[in-house]
Design a protein around this ligand. Structure first.
Ligand code: BG6
Ligand code: MG
Length: 220
């Protein structure tokens, strides 16, 4: 049977994707670069510094800033983002997530987190779900961003579960690719995701019934 379910954070557990977007948009505007929502979709699951590099490349300015200037830009983006998190609380859990966490606990399935966000610990605190998780991979210790499988493999290792015995849940293409590369079963939430083993429109449909059904059909 399935031994673990490993969640992405931004866009799966809570809807912080638009807050990242607002903070990047304001920071990009400071250096004369415009980004739209379609471009932002490609930044989902991508680490902070790599996101900055992509934005500068998008604006044709990848050579315009030295390392210190890049670090300062990334810090300003993060300050904006952290400020927008100030009012985050338990009400910001996406629909169905609290029930799913309870169902997984009852079914004795291990629960992990695989987010590349350095803000993940503070967000989990604010949402009040730290005790619901058995292991949260530490983004600061994982050098490679999604679509590299490293963060999902770190979560599997922390839970003591083989990747083949785990399901991963993602809202980003880079994240689905990371789950597949790890050898786990992938669930994609939202539109325009390719190669997920199961595709759901919203977290409302994300239930233990549907995850155990996926497992029975593919690995059972
Ligand atoms: C991911 C988000 O979860 O974390 C990305 O999807 C974000 O948009 C990345 O850039 C890194 O987040 P942070 O909080 O470390 O800047
Ligand atoms: Mg995400």
């Amino acid at each position: 049977t399935v031994k673990a379910v490993i969640f992405d954070l931004d866009g799966v557990i809570t809807d912080t994707a638009h807050l990242h977007f607002d903070a990047w948009r304001a920071t990009a505007a400071e250096v004369g670069i415009t980004i739209d929502e379609a471009f932002n979709d490609g930044l989902k699951g991508i680490s902070r510094m790599e996101s900055l590099q992509r934005i500068l490349r998008h604006g044709g300015k990848e050579q315009a800033f030295n390392v210190d200037e890049c670090r300062a830009l990334a810090q300003r983006k993060n300050a904006r983002y952290v400020q927008s998190l100030a009012s985050l609380n338990e009400d910001a859990l996406l629909p169905g997530i609290r029930d799913l966490l309870a169902e997984l606990r009852l079914a004795k399935v291990k629960i992990g987190l695989a987010s590349v966000s350095l803000n993940a610990p503070r967000i989990m605190q604010a949402l009040g779900i730290v005790p619901a998780f058995d292991f949260c991979a530490d983004a600061a210790r994982v050098a490679r961003s999604k679509p590299d499988p490293a963060i999902f493999l770190a979560a599997c290792q922390g839970l003591g579960v083989r990747p083949e015995a785990a399901i991963g849940i993602e809202d980003a293409q880079a994240g689905v690719d990371a789950i597949n590369a790890a050898g786990m079963l992938s669930v994609g939430i939202g539109h325009a995701l390719h190669n997920a083993d199961l595709h759901l429109a919203t977290t409302t449909e994300l239930t233990w019934h549907c995850l155990s059904g996926l497992w029975a059909r593919t690995r059972g």
